[in-house]
Design a protein around this ligand. Structure first.
Ligand SMILES: [Zn+2]
Length: 54
């Protein structure tokens, strides 16, 4: 029985939106761009600052 030392679990697959291996089918969303969790691109408050001039 091997419980450690193996990476057989596919925790991340290629995301359809950002193309990175960061889509988590278990959770149902991409940890990079947030695909599956939000319809918009994952955005932070600091990115809004870049977009909008406060
Ligand atoms: Zn993604």
């Amino acid at each position: 029985m091997t419980t450690t030392g193996g990476v057989n679990k596919k925790n991340h697959v290629i995301c359809r939106r950002c193309g990175r291996m960061t889509y988590n089918p278990d959770k149902g969303y991409c940890s990079h761009c947030g695909f599956g969790r939000t319809s918009k691109l994952r955005a932070y408050s600091w990115s809004y600052k870049l977009d909008r001039k406060w």
